[in-house]
Design a protein around this ligand. Structure first.
Ligand code: HEC
Length: 169
């Protein structure tokens, strides 16, 4: 009974109230393509390898090759996008390294998102970029160097030339 009362009180305190600066800060974690929003930190592929093995390999496999259709391959596929069998990975498809950081920071590990420190996110991002042949295993990723990394498919996207349509409500 007491628990129900506590739950109701907590809900009543949060629902229907404007979000506080603190509430917004918790979910306002977007990192933009140019690196705006990146948290300070650093990591290399060498530092990231044990973290990858512990927290990522069970799903994405030992070298990022993925497991069956269920778990995405994170490595390889460069040059296949225009072929009949495109292989979309972080290396072949993603245009910005900053987006890789943002995605891992907000969504991975799949079952325990938001458990990695900024340094760990830099380090596992470095592992994926290294395995894709984009950086060396000692290259330090941080909030300054990460936005400067050029991904192989950076220029593979074209703006949609169709005009914007006004929404009718
Ligand atoms: C329990 C399984 C699991 C673990 C552990 C896991 N992932 Fe994932 N990961 C997934 C699944 C499933 C997806 C696809 C999610 C989707 O499409 O919504 C994914 C997608 C991704 C993607 C995007 C791939 C793409 O091209 O769309 C990246 C990058 C990634 N994971 C990195 C990581 C890293 C780094 C770790 C370790 C810190 C990790 N994952 C741990 C299951 C996992």
């Amino acid at each position: 009974m007491l628990e129900i009362l506590v739950l109701c009180t907590t809900l009543a305190q949060t629902i229907g109230k404007p979000a506080t600066a603190e509430d917004i800060k918790r979910v306002d974690i977007t990192v933009f393509a140019d690196g705006k929003g990146l948290l300070p930190g650093k990591g290399t592929a060498t530092q990231g390898l044990p973290i990858y093995k512990e927290k990522c390999a069970e799903c994405h496999n030992e070298k990022g090759e993925g497991r069956e259709a269920q778990y995405a391959a994170l490595v390889g596929g460069v040059g296949t996008l225009a072929s009949p069998k495109p292989v979309k990975t972080v290396g072949s498809y993603w245009p910005y390294a900053t987006t890789v950081w943002d995605y891992i920071n907000r969504a991975m590990p799949y079952e325990k998102p938001h458990t990695l420190t900024p340094d760990q996110v830099y380090a596992v991002t470095a592992v994926l970029l290294h395995w894709n042949g984009i950086i060396s295993d000692t290259f330090e990723l941080n909030e300054k160097t990460l936005p400067q990394v050029k991904m192989p498919n950076r220029d593979g996207f074209i703006p949609d030339a169709r005009p914007n349509q006004k929404l009718k409500r």
